[in-house]
Design a protein around this ligand. Structure first.
Ligand code: LLP
Length: 401
């Protein structure tokens, strides 16, 4: 099979989804899948079939979500820079709400709602100024970030919506960052939300929902053994610490925690190259297929699935013309040789969806591993010209992966 490719374990995805749903279900919480994490139809179709809502950040994501079966009434739409066309699309599709991020945006949404003679459902995204204690590129809820409305402007925003005949306030939205593993951060967020709710008399604006965003982290180090994120712990924090009226429906937008661990990037070793002080393993996948290490210094668990020879230390790098094209430094692997297969774990989230064409790299294929370990070619977007989303083309058995 041509490498590199993404490989998704559908049974693990199903298991993860049902864990998440059961944990959230205990408190009647609603989960919207953050489709930016992975929009491969083999994955999104399954998530929509399980009854999840969806969180979109572009007009194309809204179209794609509808195409794979998510209900319009379960779509939330965030983003600091929604274009007029995207706002129009959201209103025409009657989605659950636009998570609006500035007063300037509210003005444009109102203008477009007037032109369509529609009432736009609005959640206001508040920037709570909370530290997410994660990489600064995936922190979104502090004053320095472009996201959300600062509390100093919140009252004006609330009143703007209240006084408009074409806007309907549905609630507040928060999202403070991603890959958050310390539950204290979410406890702090809950406390801050309670204060904001009280200080701004949110109940007086007739809200129906509170959206707490996503951000639950996964275990990148022990990805092989720790496949299910701590959903119970996560949701119980919000059940315990959020103090908003009981008629308010609580929503979450989870991306990474639902899909990261079900995916791997499979790549072949092109060369093991002797350097002066180290040995490089040069793979046929690069930052173009997984840019998280280059962008956030992220480290994924890397495994040589071919070799059981004696362990050695390697720098594992891709073929792309960038020095940041490094998957791991000083990684212990069994002695690695040309043509060995390498599995990079936790690539179900923010890998395929962030694929790049830099160096004119080819878009790679993705395969789905089903219950009998058969690998099926998945129709990712390049292959789905005929709009068919089912798995097709039984390929081969590769039980090693
Ligand atoms: N809601 C909003 C408004 C978001 O901006 C995000 C992620 C999510 C929900 C989902 O967050 P999650 O549950 O996946 O943490 N490319 C980066 C992550 C960027 C996250 C952007 N926003 C990475 O690979 O780590």
């Amino acid at each position: 099979m041509k490498t590199p490719y993404y490989l998704y374990d559908i049974e693990l995805l199903k298991k993860t989804l049902s864990f998440a749903q059961n944990s959230a279900g205990k408190y009647n919480f609603n989960i919207h899948y953050a489709i930016k994490a992975n929009h491969n139809p083999a994955i999104t179709k399954l998530i929509s079939q399980q009854g999840f809502g969806v969180d979109c950040v572009s007009g194309n994501e809204i179209s794609e979500a509808l195409k794979v079966g998510f209900k319009a009434k379960k779509i939330v739409f965030a983003g600091a820079g929604k274009s007029d066309e995207e706002i129009k699309k959201a209103l025409q599709q009657n989605i659950l709400c636009l998570n609006c991020e500035s007063i300037e945006e509210l003005e444009i949404v109102e203008e477009i709602a007037i032109s369509l003679n529609k009432k736009a459902q609005i959640a206001i995204r508040v920037n709570p100024d909370i530290k997410a204690h994660t990489h600064h590129y995936i922190t979104t809820g502090t004053e320095e970030n472009k996201f959300g409305i600062h509390t100093s402007q919140l009252k004006s925003a609330l009143d703007f919506v209240k006084n408009s005949d074409y806007l309907k306030f549905v609630g507040l939205h928060f999202h403070i960052g991603s890959q958050i593993t310390n539950m204290d951060t979410f406890i702090n967020l809950c406390k801050r939300v309670n204060t904001i709710w009280k200080d701004f008399n949110i109940s007086d604006y007739n809200p129906i929902l509170l959206n707490m965003g996503g951000g639950l982290g996964v275990d990148y180090e022990d990805a092989k053994n720790n496949t299910i994120p701590p959903f119970d712990e996560f949701f119980s924090v919000f059940a315990e610490y959020l103090k908003v009226p009981s008629n308010i429906s609580i929503h979450f937008e989870l991306g990474r925690s639902l899909v990261a661990q079900c995916g791997k990037l499979i790549t072949k070793v092109l060369y093991t190259k002797k350097g002066v002080n180290k040995t490089f393993v040069i793979t046929d996948a690069g930052m173009t297929e997984l840019m998280r290490p280059a962008l956030y210094q992220a480290r994924h668990y890397i495994e040589n699935t071919t070799s059981s020879r004696n362990p050695q230390r390697y720098d594992i790098v891709g073929p792309v013309c960038e020095s940041s094209d490094v998957f791991g430094k000083n990684v212990l692997l069994p002695e690695t040789r040309r043509n060995d297969l390498i599995a990079i774990h936790s690539c179900g989230a923010y890998a395929e969806s962030m694929m790049l064409r830099y160096n004119m790299r080819q878009k790679i294929k993705s395969y789905i591993k089903n219950i009998t370990n058969e690998l099926l070619l998945s129709d990712n977007y390049e292959n789905n010209k005929n709009q068919e989303y089912s798995c097709k083309e039984l390929k081969t058995k590769e039980t090693m992966l």
